[in-house]
Design a protein around this ligand. Sequence first.
Ligand code: PHE
Length: 465
Amino acid sequence: KNFLGGVKMSRERWSSRSIFILAAIGSAVGLGNTWRFPGQAYQNGGGAFLIPYFIALVTAGIPLLIMEIAIGKKFQAGAPTAFRKLGKKKGFEWLGWWPLATSFAIVAYYCIVMSWTFNYLWHSLTLAWTKSSSADFFYGDVLRLSDSPGNLGGLNMPLVIGLVLTWIFIWFSIRNGVKSMGKIVKWTVPLPIILLIILVIRALTLPGAIDGINYYLTPQWDRLKDINVWAAAYGQIFFSLSVLFGIMVAYASFLPKDSDVPTNSMIIAFADCLLSFVAGFAVFGTLGFLQQTSGTAIADMSITGPGLAFVTYPEAIAQLPGGLWIQVVFAFLFFLMLLTLGIDSAFSIVEGIVTGLVDKFGWDKKKTVAGMCFVGFAAGLIFATNAGLYWLDIVDNWVNNFNLILIGVFECVVVGWIYSAKKLRNEFNEDSNMKFGPWWDFMIKYVTPLSLLGLNILFLIDSFK
Ligand code: PHE
C-alpha cells in the first residue's frame, strides 16, 4: 500500500531482457540511420565524416548512453523524476524536462517525415514520381514541399493523411505500455534489417556501384577543419543513439533493478552504428549507379537535407534494370523499410515523454498516451504546410546541433560532479560482467562536457558570423 492508503501499483516491466534490447535498438535505429546519416556523410566530407563520427561515439555517445540507462534503471522513473531524485535537493528536475521538451520538437517533425514515407509507399505502387521527376513529386505536384519561410499556404492533404496514419500507429503501439511495445518491436526491428540487407545486395550489384562506395569511403580530409562537420557528427550520434532525449532513461526504468547496464548499452550502440554504416552502402552504391545512368557526378548531385532518400534514391530506383515491376518492388521495399524503421523510433519518443509525465503527476497512462498523440499530431501540422520544409530544417539544425549538445553538457556536470560519476559507475558495474574502468568517469567529468561545450561555442560563433 502506498502512503495514501491505495494499492501501490508495481512498475511495468519488459517481458524479457532481449525485448528491452530490441526496443532500445528500435528506438535508436530509424530514419537517422538510413536517411539522416548518409545525408550527413555526403555533406560533411564522405569518408572523412566517419572520423568525427567515431570520435563522437566514443567520447560522448557511449558514455552518455550508459549514463542514461544507468540512471533510468537506478531511479526506476522517467527523466524528470529520475533527475529530481538524483539531485537529492530536488534541484535538477528541470534537467529531466528539458530533454522531454526537445523530444516533443523532434517527434513533431519526425512524424512528418514518416508521413512523406507513407505517401511514397503508396505512390511506389505506380512509381508516380517517374511521371515527371522525383524532385517535382517532392517539391511540386504531390507533396508540394517548399523551403521558403513565409506563406504557410494551407494544409496539404496527403501529408495530413500520412500524419494521421502515423499517429494512429504510434498510439496503437504504445497504448498498453511496454507490453504492447514489446509485441510490436518483435516485428519492427528485424523486418527492416532484412529489407536493408536486400537493398544493400541490390545496390552493390548495380553497375557503377563501386564509384559510389568510393565516394562514401574516400575521406575529403580538408573538411575536418570545418567545425560544422564536427558539430554535425556529435549531433548525428545523439540523434541516432536516441540519447539526451530522456528516452533511454524511460526505457531503462522498466528494467529490473539488477539488470546489466554496460553490456546492454554496448549492444545497442554497436547495432546502431553498424546499421548506419551498412545503410551507407545501400545509399551510396545506388548513387554510384545513378552517376552512371544520369551522367551527373555524385559530388555535383547537390543533395541537401531530405533530398537523398526522397528525391535522389527514388530517381535511381526508377532507372533500375529489369523493367517496371522490379522498380515497383524495390521502391516498395525501400519505403516499407523506412516506415518500419521509423515507427519504433517515433513511438519511443512519445513513450519517453509519457513516462516522464506519468511518473511525475501520477496520471493515467492510457489517457496520457492518447492525449500526447493528439497534441503531437496537432503540433506536426505546421510541417504539413507549404513552408513545412523550411521549419523542419531550422528545428532540425538548432535542436540537434545546438540544444542537444547543451543538454549533454549539463547532464555530464550534474551526474559527473554533483552525483559522482564514480558512484554511478560502481553501481552499474556491480550487476555486470563487463566492468567499466575509471576512464568512464574521466569521459563524463571532463572529455564529454568540455568537447561539447567547445563545440557549442564554435557553433554559435559560426552561426552569427
Ligand atoms: N534514433 C532515431 C533514429 O535514428 C531517432 C530518434 C531521435 C529517436 C530522437 C528518438 C529520439 O532515427
